[in-house]
Design a binder for this molecule. Structure first.
Ligand SMILES: C[S@@+](CC[C@H](N)C(=O)[O-])C[C@H]1O[C@@H](n2cnc3c(N)ncnc32)[C@H](O)[C@@H]1O
Length: 224
């Protein structure tokens, strides 16, 4: 599946879509292999393997010290990022309390307590609170409610400097498209909002954005 605007981007030669090679994925640790297995068994959405490959490469190149994640689920991507960068601090937000506590257990089991700061609550409220507290980040990974990406993106941007990176996952709404009721009004609203968010991102002169076809669609925006 391709992004709807691929051709336009390729014709303009502007911020081209990149199709990364999906090398054979290997878990970074036994703990992460276990945690991905839990996600699969319990059908908990997590970053896909090829998306993880791309994220690992970007993290290794950028070496951010302060990472913000919106959408913890049970902690797979947070633990993956903390494992790739042993010096980095990860701050992650989850609205669903069961996931929050499952993530807490997983983080402990992987020996990453102290490296990952968890927040339980609606990111639309937690993000402004972090900004108010003067928190700053070098890297943000947005992976929560798909119809609110604009809000999360703006909040993350407000806490970052030039050179910082903001990644957004599930731009193709794959998880939602296969979910029961995917043709319903809520899904259509979500799809429209995502489409508008992508349009805005392409025009946004504050960032330079690449769109990756890996997994369910990933954008990588570098703050100018
Ligand atoms: C796709 S999952 C995150 C997967 C995780 N990043 C990973 O790759 O392992 C999205 C998560 O966002 C959470 N979420 C949804 N809306 C949210 C909100 N408004 N604030 C915070 N978290 C939210 C969901 O409960 C879900 O656990």
């Amino acid at each position: 599946m391709r992004f709807r605007h691929d051709n336009k981007e390729e014709q303009s030669g502007n911020r081209p879509v990149i199709s990364p090679a999906t090398d054979a994925w290997q878990p970074l640790s036994d703990g992460l292999a276990w945690l991905r297995g839990v996600c699969v068994r319990r059908e908990i959405p997590t970053i896909r393997e090829d998306t993880e490959m791309v994220m690992r490469r970007i993290l290794e190149e950028a070496q951010p010290a302060r990472i913000l994640e919106v959408g913890t689920a049970i902690g797979y991507s947070a633990c993956m990022m903390a494992t790739v960068l042993p010096e980095a601090a990860v701050t992650t937000i989850e609205i669903y309390d069961r996931s929050f506590y499952d993530a807490k257990e997983a983080i402990e089991r992987l020996g990453l307590t102290g490296r990952i700061e968890q927040h339980l609550g609606d990111a639309a409220e937690v993000l402004p609170a972090l900004a108010e507290a003067g928190r700053r980040f070098d890297f943000a990974f947005i992976d929560a409610a798909k119809s609110h990406y604009r809000t999360y993106f703006e909040a993350a941007l407000s806490m970052m400097e030039s050179g910082g990176l903001i990644l957004c996952d599930n731009l193709m709404l794959g998880a939602d498209l296969t979910a029961p009721g995917s043709g319903d009004k809520r899904h259509r609203t979500s799809a429209k909002r995502m489409e508008r968010f992508l349009e805005d991102l392409r025009q946004d002169s504050r960032v330079a954005t690449d769109f990756y076809e890996c997994g369910d669609g990933l954008s990588v925006s570098r703050i100018l």
